[in-house]
Design a protein around this ligand. Sequence first.
Ligand code: GRG
Length: 298
Amino acid sequence: MFDLKLYLAEQREVIDRALAAWLAHPEPEPRIVAAMRHSLMAGGKRLRPVLCLATARAVGQPVPPAALTAAACAIEMVHTYSLIHDDLPAMDDDVTRRGRPTCHVAFDEATAILAGDALLTLAFEVLSAPEAVAGTNAKRWCQVVHELARAAGYRGMVEGQMRDIIAEHTVLTREALEALHRLKTGALIRAAVRMGALLAGASETDLAALDAYARHLGLAFQVADDILNVKGDPVLMGKAAGTDVTRGKNTYPSLLGLAASEALAVRLKDQALQALASFGTTAEPLRAIAIYAVNRNR
Ligand code: GRG
């Protein structure tokens, strides 16, 4: 039987080592690197980079290891930047993240803004580094970079965040809530899967199946996150619970109730698993991640 706990621990170690190496360059100004490190190396689940690695392996074609690791690191850098900015007083004003004081609390607001900016730009420095590009197909590599840029930007995660802020203290329809979440949380999860698939030279059919998996997984992950915000343990999560209600956020539990939200998460997980039906055992990690996404406690 596939051991997800062991698999995640091994993959996280690879990713953490590579991320740390990107921040190990000589530091002209230690404060900015310290702030970047504070958030990046704070023990996140590394779900998005692991998804990228696991998808490439599910496709099964060889990929230059440095390219795959660079893609995985870049995704985590973009994700961490989004968390730092999301926690700022101008946005969600959170004081705890990944079990530590948020970046602006540990440093200050200006430093946190810069640390987020620096992680976002470092992601694209990593992707365009000679050691990452070496041995890759130029056209395919550009598609990989494009996936991340597009998913992070104003037609992806940033658009989702904007919609979320505008919708505070209003009541969204279910369709509008789904559209928001597909952008805010879903876009980066989808990009992580698509980047892994593209890097491994997936066929059109495999790419479409993996894309469907990622879309269901992204929404399932968000529904589970909304549920955790209602009934999760802040200690285990490393961040506060109950904040969605205080902030007047639109969530699945507020729209559908807790039981219907839990049923929806399970349905989405099943749809994600169904999308992988044509894959063999190489997709076991992806299947286990879908189950974990809805059963997790952090
Ligand atoms: C600031 C442009 C900009 C966007 C912010 C990601 C995001 C958009 C906001 C975070 C708000 C939030 C709690 C979204 C729910 C889903 C989510 C992204 C949770 C955090 O991701 P995890 O659970 O965190 O993978 P770790 O720390 O494990 O990486």
